[in-house]
Design a protein around this ligand. Structure first.
Ligand code: 13P
Length: 336
């Protein structure tokens, strides 16, 4: 077993998942302002360290993805944020892309940037405690999109990123996110996500990536957010499993889904059904941002000093997701 494979398994095993707390300062500012909290470095730190010191971190959260600002912050007792995460046996991770920019040649699409100087940044992040990384490619669905160009260009970037990350002894999260915006059917999402994943793995293999030392972070197969052809959770699970079985090489140890705008309950229910029907060897778990934090953020915004109350909300969500990662969740547990 390679060292990278051990790291991936430590993050994902035993029903554990990933807390994606790597919102850029711009995105975090929007999230905080939406609940009327000023976005200062102190407030961003306070909310995040409230989550990272919650009880559920120990049994539920195998890894936390941080943003550049957070990995360099310290708590009042001078503990670094990576130390706080490691205290509950989680591994610190870091978002290393520098964002999705207009794709020259197809300006309605995006290409993710951040390869320049990446090796040097990774060395610094490793010293700060990071053991895994994230890079998100983003694709929109319409009749013409994602184009072949965006599928090729983002797959190439994801593979070049993964190669440098593995060289620096960290596990790359490979995140090709096909957005749920639009009125497309789930069938269209299935076909377009399949094309994206197929190209990603072709490039990862070309770049000699150790597939046993990556984590795939894909979208689930859903009908578009504005589609009138919504499908059941059972259908979501069936189509998602079909897509992954067809396009993900069996060396990949685990798949950690993004929530992508699903509600907390939808994201939990769908993950649970995927696990109940999981006939693959892949670990199927969560790497949620909004679906782990939304209720906790809302509660916290009403009284930012109520740390215990905020943690109670977060603990519940993390426990529900960890049950779903084992196919043991049911809706009646939500009200207990
Ligand atoms: P969501 O779960 O809110 O989609 O965020 C996950 C993530 O890391 C997006 O890059």
């Amino acid at each position: 077993m390679s060292e990278l494979n051990k790291i991936a398994l430590k993050i994902l095993s035993n029903g554990k998942g990933i807390l994606a707390a790597d919102e850029s300062t711009g995105t975090m500012t929007k999230r905080l302002e939406s609940v009327n909290v000023p976005s200062s470095p102190e407030n961003r730190l306070l909310f995040r360290k409230t989550l990272f010191s919650s009880e559920s971190m120990k049994n539920c959260i195998g890894g936390v993805i941080l943003y550049d600002e957070t990995i360099k912050q310290t708590t009042n007792s001078k503990q670094t944020i990576p130390e706080l995460i490691s205290f509950s046996d989680g591994l610190p991770g870091i978002k290393v892309d520098t964002g999705a920019k207009v794709l020259a040649g197809s300006p309605e699409e995006k290409i993710t940037e951040g390869l320049d100087g990446l090796r040097e940044r990774l060395k610094e992040y490793y010293k700060l405690g990071a053991r895994f990384t994230k890079w998100r490619g983003v694709y929109n669905i319409s009749n013409d999109y994602p184009s072949k160009l965006s599928i090729y260009a983002n797959a190439h970037a994801l593979a070049r990123y993964s190669a440098i990350v593995q060289e620096c002894k960290m596990v790359p999260i490979v995140e090709p996110e096909v957005l749920m915006d639009g009125n497309h059917s789930a069938e269209v999402c299935l076909n377009k996500t399949s094309a994206v994943l197929e190209k990603c793995f072709e490039e990862l293999i070309l770049h000699n990536i150790d597939l046993s030392g990556i984590i795939l972070k894909p979208n689930m197969i859903l009908a578009g957010a504005n589609s009138d052809k919504k499908i059941s959770g059972e259908e979501v699970a069936k189509l998602t499993l079909k897509c992954l079985k067809q396009n993900v090489p069996s060396d990949v140890p685990g798949i950690a889904f993004l929530s992508g705008g699903q509600t907390e309950i939808e994201a939990t229910e769908n993950l649970n059904l995927i696990n109940k029907n999981n006939d693959t060897n892949f670990i199927m778990t969560y790497s949620y941002g909004r679906a782990l934090q939304k209720s906790a953020l809302k509660f916290w915004s009403k009284d930012t000093k109520d740390i215990k109350g905020t943690q109670t909300i977060f603990n519940h969500r993390a426990n529900m997701c960890t049950l779903a990662a084992q196919g043991k969740w049911s809706i009646d547990l939500e009200s207990k």
